[in-house]
Every structure is written in C-alpha cells, then in structure tokens.
Design a binder for this molecule. Structure first.
Ligand code: PAF
Length: 284
C-alpha cells in the first residue's frame, strides 16, 4: 500500500490507473479503523480495480464542544489494517492540505433538506462539514464508486442526495452495519464507553429492535413507541438524544401509510454519543 499526504501526488498516481481504464473505489474515514471500516474497504475491492482509503479527522464537522481533540488518532495501526486487506492507496492529508485557506471562509456544500434534523439538530453544522469534506475528497480522488457505512444512516442519505443534486459522477454504495456479539454497532467512539457502561451499551440497539418488531406487528402509534424506547434507555442509565421513526429516503417523520421505515436513534453515555438505526419494510 502506498501512502500519500499530498493531493498532487495522489492524483498523479491515480491518473495512471484511470488512463488504463481501471475503476477506482474510495472509502473515506476518520481513522481508528475497526472491522466495519475494513469491511467497507473489502467491499470496494470487490467492486473496483483500485481502492483508495482516506484518513482525515475533519475539524469542520465537529462542534466546538465536541470530541475533535480526543478523537483517537491511530495511524500506524490503521495503516497496517489497510495493508493487510490489500488496500492500494492511503491518503492522509494534514489540515492545511484540505483547507489551505482556513475553515472560516471555506466554500461549503449544504444539503438543507436533511442536514438539520435528527443528528443535525443536536450537532449544528455537522453535516455541512461532512458534505463539504466529502465533496473535496471526491474531487481529489475522483472515484467511480465510494462506500459509506449504513451505521451513519443520515450521513449516507445526505451524501446520496448531494450526489444527486450536484450531478456528481460517483456511485454511492452502502456497507452493512457490523455489530458486536450483543448488537452494539461498531464505532470508533465505542472506545469511550466505560467498562461499567459496556454491558448495557447495546440498549439503543435493543430498543430500536423492539420498535421494529412492533412496526412489523402492525403498530402505528409511532410517538408511543419512540417514548417507550426513550424510557428503556433512561432505565439502562443513559440519556436519549432522539429516537425517531422516519420514512427511509427523505428522513421525514414516518406517516402511517409509509412502508419503508428506518428507526434512528442516538444516546449519550457518560462520555460518548452513540448512534444506531434499524430499517423495516412493511408489506403495502
Ligand atoms: O463517516 C466518517 O468517518 C466521516 O463523516 C467522513 C465520511 C469520513 C467525512 O469526514
């Protein structure tokens, strides 16, 4: 695997493949890679000739009181994991490479319809930071295809919408959620869960599954289901941020006749904010 820190040299290397008619797959990450990231790289490898992963902890998508400074930076271990699955290129730029003019006046890409709800309501500006950096990374790598994890469901939906709205020539592919044995979705932030909290940290997933079960059973009282899940999360010792049953594509609160539903949730542990989601297709 070759490592690049600069845009020009990465582009030069990728142009050689492009001129040979090879397809390029891309997996953008913020590092601290775990099995779910590696599965995204393997998925890209199965679909493309050449695979690029990026590691960049994008300050533009973190709020002032969020965990940018303590977000785990584990470049050496990440690099070894990527090399072990034959990732071809790793792009790990510094902040100046991505934001040469600083971040304050950086041109931004915004997807207004979905950026300010759910996680966007608790993390103002977060998705604007994501869509801006992903656009830049797409322009740098110019991939045929990019793989994003379904764990960040809202992020995936926003990126799909951005690609559609801006006619970006990139196919967006979804990578399944990878879970621990007890259902906890794998996340770089799981490292912040304390030993004491860990046995109950799968409560978010359990509550989302309970809602999914009720929906499959015909329940339409969405508000009552959401409230019951919040109570379960509080009883397990955590603080719910939101639990919302949405229509799967536009992420609007579900209507009684919607058949494609996604239940999205976020909760706070003592020092982490965890997210998860479960999708349900009802027969019409
Ligand atoms: O999902 C992530 O790790 C980040 O939001 C992404 C897509 C790499 C953009 O910084």
């Amino acid at each position: 695997m070759q490592n690049f820190h600069h845009i020009d040299s990465l582009r030069e290397a990728l142009n050689v493949h492009r001129e040979q008619g090879k397809t390029i797959g891309f997996v953008p990450t913020m590092g601290n890679l775990h099995k779910a990231h590696i599965a995204l790289v393997e998925q890209a490898k199965a679909l493309c000739d050449v695979v690029v992963a990026s590691i960049f902890v994008n300050r533009l998508q973190f709020g002032l009181n969020e965990d940018w400074d303590r977000y785990p930076r584990t470049l050496k271990a990440d690099s070894e994991k990527l090399a072990a699955v034959d990732c071809d290129y790793l792009f790990c730029p510094d902040e100046h490479e991505i934001y040469p003019n600083g971040m304050d006046e950086q041109a931004k890409v915004i997807v207004p319809s979905m950026a300010n709800v759910l996680c966007g309501a608790s993390r103002p500006g977060h998705f604007d930071g994501v869509t801006t950096v992903v656009t830049k990374l797409f322009n740098i790598v110019q991939p045929n295809l990019a793989v994003f994890g379904v764990k960040d469901y809202q992020q995936l939906a926003i990126i799909r919408r951005m690609v559609e709205d801006l006619c970006l020539p990139v196919q967006v592919v979804a990578g399944d959620i990878v879970r621990e044995a007890d259902g906890l979705a794998m996340s770089s932030r799981n490292g912040f869960i304390t030993e004491q909290e860990r046995p109950k940290a799968n409560q978010l997933n359990r509550s989302l599954n309970d809602i999914a079960e009720a929906l499959r059973g015909g329940s339409k009282d969405f508000l009552a289901l959401e409230k019951a899940a919040e109570k379960q999360i509080i009883a397990a010792g955590f603080k719910p941020d939101y639990i919302t049953i949405c229509e799967s594509h536009q992420l609007q609160p579900a209507a009684v006749d919607d058949v494609n539903l996604t239940i999205l949730g976020a909760m706070y542990t003592e020092s982490a904010r965890l997210i998860d989601n479960v999708s349900v297709t009802l027969s019409s």
